[in-house]
Design a protein around this ligand. Structure first.
Ligand SMILES: Cc1cc2nc3c(=O)[nH]c(=O)nc-3n(C[C@H](O)[C@H](O)[C@H](O)COP(=O)(O)OP(=O)(O)OC[C@H]3O[C@@H](n4cnc5c(N)ncnc54)[C@H](O)[C@@H]3O)c2cc1C
Length: 508
């Protein structure tokens, strides 16, 4: 047992020897492994079902895939990269960056790729998590779920999908073997992935149909390549890069304020969107098709410089008529017309509310997380669920935003995990769990703050489900998230051995 000792006749963990199992090796899993290691926790194992680390950046290799938050903010704060090729780095570069960070910080050997965690069960006897993985069982003191919100592709519920004769694939499962040159391609969807794919494949294809259900607001991305001189400047004077990061963060906080409790800021962004449309599109009927009827920000605002010019190309058509079904040869519209297609691209997003699925998690007393999350997922600070001791979610329920970098959120979450582990040590306890009353009070505040946000003004989006549940959005500033997760609130968490509580967490 090494450093472990005894308390009330029970074995307790001591020192920084507690074992941590992390599920997922995207930004969340890699950040957790590195930051825990830097905090002195060496007994960390990361499980990743994919063959490489990277998460969404490993899976989404579609043409044009890139971040839409400037890279100086969309990177780990402890691993700034002065050599990004562009203001918004492309997918391959982000993937390489994350692999490099994992290697340079010595955590690659603790990541088990090609290994899926199928189930996790809390054992009240041993106060440990028992994991079932595709490579056997694993036992850990602490479970960190870093499964992401956008890791399970969503397929459209269209009749006849299986009957389509040609290649058909989701943007997150791009088939690079399929030649697009000279083909008729149909993209189903006009959201964040579609607006990145279409401009990249348009010059290669014979014809491109983009099927749009409802338009989303855009604003200019203002993307550009960094010159070698600029990159050398970032290298020599890191303060410049830090200043750019701070300025970008401040702008994102301003947008977040506009989307949440300062909605009077939104008309300025709407004007940007309208200006972009009228500048690029002369044709009145096309303008009408791409101009959203709902409030800007209700759906995710998309950043692009290329989308509208692409729609103006002679070989591109934006189809807004409803789809009836897919046929072996293409897409049949409700009015009976059929639009021929050789290749079908499903740019239909992700099952964003599935969180840890399909992994089955059972907490204290055998309680199932799926039951605890009926009708909708919820968690204290998006991280902790009552009856699930020593379990934390990164980028969990209600930690998404309409603006800002998810990596910032993830780092704040890992700091919370480290603070919780510190409390376990300080109190020489074996389990830490959020109190039911604290979780409920937090959830009440959260729902009250969400109600007047732009996300609840009546559009269809991936944030809010058909019943009006919103397990996605954080209704306050991101600086508030970092502040609230920085420590363990004494009133919110209970620390205990299995036999008896040893008290609250210490006051901040
Ligand atoms: C195309 C795209 C572009 C994006 N651009 C931005 C952006 O510009 N800015 C921004 O802030 N956010 C962006 N996002 C959101 C993105 O999800 C986050 O930024 C971030 O990458 C999430 O990291 P993560 O580690 O939490 O999740 P993920 O990257 O989704 O990684 C989760 C990993 O967990 C693995 N996993 C899940 N369940 C299991 C299991 N049971 N066992 C083993 N492994 C498991 C998955 O295979 C996956 O690799 C984008 C998302 C997509 C899809």
């Amino acid at each position: 047992m090494g450093l472990d000792g005894e308390l009330n006749g029970r074995v307790i963990g001591a020192g920084r020897s507690r074992s941590v199992a992390v599920v997922g090796a995207g930004f969340g899993g890699v950040a957790a492994a590195v930051m825990l290691r830097r905090a002195g926790f060496r007994n960390v194992t990361v499980f990743e079902r994919g063959e490489r680390v990277g998460g969404v950046w490993n899976h989404n290799t579609y043409p044009g895939a890139a971040c839409d938050v400037p890279s100086h903010l969309y990177e780990l704060s402890f691993a700034p990269n002065p050599r990004w090729s562009r203001r918004y780095a492309p997918q391959a570069e982000i993937q390489q960056y994350l692999e490099r960070v994992a290697a340079e910080h010595g955590v690659l050997e603790s990541i088990r790729t090609g290994t899926e965690v199928t189930a996790a069960r809390w054992d009240d006897e041993s106060d440990r998590w028992l994991l079932q993985t595709s490579a056997g069982e694993h036992v850990a003191d602490v479970l960190v779920a870093a499964c992401g919100q956008l890791s399970i592709p969503k397929l459209p519920s269209l009749a006849g999908l299986e009957s389509f004769d040609g290649p058909a694939f989701h943007t997150a499962e791009w088939d690079h073997e399929v030649e697009l040159e000279g083909k008729r391609v149909a993209i189903i969807g006009s959201g964040c992935s579609a607006i990145q794919v279409a401009p990249k494949i348009q010059p290669r294809v014979a014809h491109l149909d983009v099927f749009q259900r409802s338009p989303g607001w855009t604003i200019p991305k203002l993307d550009y390549a960094y010159s070698e001189r600029a990159r050398r400047l970032f290298e020599r004077f890191p303060v410049i890069q830090r200043a750019d990061r701070a300025a970008t963060f401040a702008f994102m906080e301003l947008v977040t304020a506009g989307l949440t409790n300062r909605r009077w800021l939104l008309p300025a962004f709407r004007a940007l969107g309208r200006g972009q449309i009228s500048k690029a599109i002369g044709d009145e009927s096309l303008r009408a098709k791409v101009t959203p009827g709902d409030e800007i920000g209700c759906k995710r605002i998309m950043l692009t410089d290329e989308w509208y010019p692409t729609l103006m190309k002679a070989n591109v058509e934006l189809v807004t008529d409803a789809i009836a079904e897919l046929t072996p040869r293409g897409v049949r519209l409700r009015d009976g017309r059929e639009r021929a297609a050789d290749v079908l691209v499903l740019a239909t997003g992700f099952q964003s509310h599935a969180f840890v699925a399909p992994m089955e998690i059972h907490g204290s007393g055998g309680r199932s997380l799926a039951d605890a999350w009926t009708p909708t997922p919820r968690a204290y600070l998006g991280m902790s669920v009552p009856d699930f001791p020593n379990m934390f979610l990164l980028y969990g329920p209600n930690t998404n935003g309409g603006a800002g970098s998810v990596i910032y959120t993830i780092e704040a979450g890992v700091n919370h995990v480290i603070a919780a582990l510190g409390e376990l040590e300080r109190a020489r306890a074996r389990r830490i769990e959020v109190r039911q009353a604290a979780a409920e009070a937090f959830d009440r505040d959260l729902r009250a703050a969400l109600a007047p946000t732009v996300w609840h003004t009546g559009c269809t989006s991936w944030y809010v489900d058909a019943d009006g549940n919103d397990p996605s959005q954080w209704p306050w500033l991101w600086s508030a998230y970092r502040r609230r997760t920085a420590q363990i609130d004494a009133g919110a968490y209970e620390l205990s051995t299995a036999a008896a509580p040893v008290g609250s967490a210490s006051s901040p």
